[in-house]
Design a protein around this ligand. Structure first.
Ligand code: M7G
Length: 332
């Protein structure tokens, strides 16, 4: 198994309040000297000045905390996630750890174990400058189900996403090799059917159980599942075939161990496909959001306009303005 290079890195998105990219507003976040594509090595502590404003979400089960704060004078979201144990590290952990006895009773004892520092890392994602939309994305919220018809999409959803969606500058940076070029696992450069496959930033690449890659298409005019027609079948089949082959080659994981799907609604409106390990309960892989690529291909083979016409059900957060628009239109 060949694992790609790993490492701590910061992700800084280029976005203003309306979530559109601006060249002028570069992230400060203490990261001025760290270009978008830098990764892998020790870096300056850009979080030393991070001031916590609020905890957006906190899951003891997932051992993850989402924090809203500021770095210098800029809004930031920081996600801290305890990384899973790795079998390969066990020998070193047992040999090098410090143990503190908590209690002993007959054959039972519990300890606090401190592993060596390098085996005790916390995966850290930094979004800076963060927009209000980022803050909302990570805030715990009540969810509501909407059933979006093809007409709803044209009259309500499309105008909304055209005015409100997240910047996809990070996607263009990947496609143009301005960021994460060293992380690319596979590329098919064909402008119509090609794509870039690389580790999703949710995956720290330390173990395969939570393998997570994304395939980002080179074509720039496909926002989401809703835009797909039978014309895109060669593109989708290509992603399915070459994406699976590359993951088998690079990580030794066969296609039958992969969950390959698109999100609807996505957060970023530039077509991309998620490849996750079947063992991993990835966020957003539930039936109300994930559409298996094989199903998408078969639906388009059966009906070229399937995704323009069919009603698609998904959830929206209570404070999502799209939900408000659906309510104003009397659609939920
Ligand atoms: P999505 O379906 O648009 O929305 O997926 P989601 O984020 O709500 O799932 C976009 C995918 O791209 C997600 O799996 C993100 O974790 C991933 N992603 C987002 N950003 C900003 C980056 C990035 O800068 N680099 C990489 N490699 N992945 C990213």
């Amino acid at each position: 198994m060949k694992m790609a290079d790993t490492g701590k890195r910061e992700v800084c998105e280029d976005a203003d309040e309306t979530c559109k990219p601006t060249a002028a507003k570069r992230p400060k976040c203490g990261a001025e000297n760290q270009p978008d594509c830098d990764g892998g090595g020790e870096c300056a502590n850009v979080l030393s000045g991070f001031k916590v404003k609020s905890v957006l979400r906190d899951s003891a089960r997932d051992k993850t905390i989402f924090i809203h704060g500021t770095v210098e004078d800029q809004e930031a979201v920081v996600i801290l996630e305890k990384t899973p144990m790795r079998q390969d590290d066990l020998a070193e952990i047992f040999q090098e750890c410090r143990l503190k006895l908590q209690m002993k009773n007959d054959i039972y004892s519990t300890y606090q174990l401190q592993p060596p520092a390098h085996l005790n890392e916390i995966k850290t994602t930094v979004i800076c400058p963060a927009t209000q939309k980022h803050v909302k994305k990570y805030l715990s919220q009540e969810m509501f189900l909407v059933e979006e018809t093809g007409e709803d999409y044209l009259s309500t959803t499309l105008p909304y996403i055209e005015s409100q969606s997240f910047s996809v500058q990070w996607v263009y940076n990947i496609l143009e090799k301005k960021a994460e070029a060293d992380r690319i696992v596979f590329e098919d450069p064909d402008p119509d059917t090609g794509f870039v496959l690389l580790p999703d930033f949710k995956w720290d690449q330390k173990q395969l159980y939570d393998l997570y890659l994304i395939a980002i298409v080179h074509r720039r005019n496909i926002k989401s599942l809703r835009d797909l027609t039978s014309d895109h079948l060669p593109l989708l089949r290509n992603i399915s075939k070459k994406g699976k082959e590359s993951i088998q080659k690079q990580y030794g994981m066969p296609a039958c161990k992969l969950r390959v799907y698109l999100h609807y609604q996505p957060s970023y409106y530039h077509l991309h496909v998620h490849f996750t390990s079947l063992n991993y309960d990835a966020p957003g892989c539930g039936v109300e959001r994930a559409h298996l690529l094989t199903d998408v291909i078969m639906n388009l083979e059966a009906d070229p306009q399937y995704y323009q016409n069919r009603t698609i059900t998904y959830t929206l957060r209570a404070d999502d303005n799209l939900l408000l628009r659906f309510r104003e239109a009397g659609r939920c």
